[in-house]
Design a protein around this ligand. Sequence first.
Ligand SMILES: [Zn+2]
Length: 148
Amino acid sequence: MSKQRRRDTEPEVALRRILHARGLRFRVNFPIPGMPRRSMDIAFTRARVAVFVDGCFWHVCPEHATAPTANSDWWSRKLSTNQARDAATNEHLVGIGWHVVRIWEHEDPDDAADLVMAAVRGEGGSGTRGKGAESLVEARGEVLGQCL
Ligand SMILES: [Zn+2]
C-alpha cells in the first residue's frame, strides 16, 4: 500500500476493501447503541465487534501527533476532548458487550485486517460472544493498535 494519505478516510477505505475481499461482511458508520450522534467506522453486529480507524492527528497517535503552534490552547483542549470522547466510547461499548478494535491510520491495512478478523472470530478476549472452532487459536490483538 502507498504510504501517501491525502484524505482521512483513505486508510479506512483500504481496510474495508481488504476485509471485504477476505469474505467478511459488515456495516459502515453504524450508530453506537445508546450513544446518539456517535457511530463506529466498521461494525460486525452479530459478533459485536466495533472497529474504529483513528486519524493520527485527531486522535493523538503517540507516533505522529503534532501540536499546532497557532491557537495552541484551543487545539490542546480540542484534542484532549477527542481523546476523552474516544475513551468514553470504548468504555460504553465494552459495557454493553461489544469488543472494540482501534486502528491507527498509519498501520498497515493488512495487519489491521488480521486484527479485525481475530476479533470477529472471538479470539480477542471478550467473553460474551459465541465462539467457533477458531477460538482455540491464540491470537491476540494487543500487538497492533489498541484492543480492549
Ligand atoms: Zn500515527
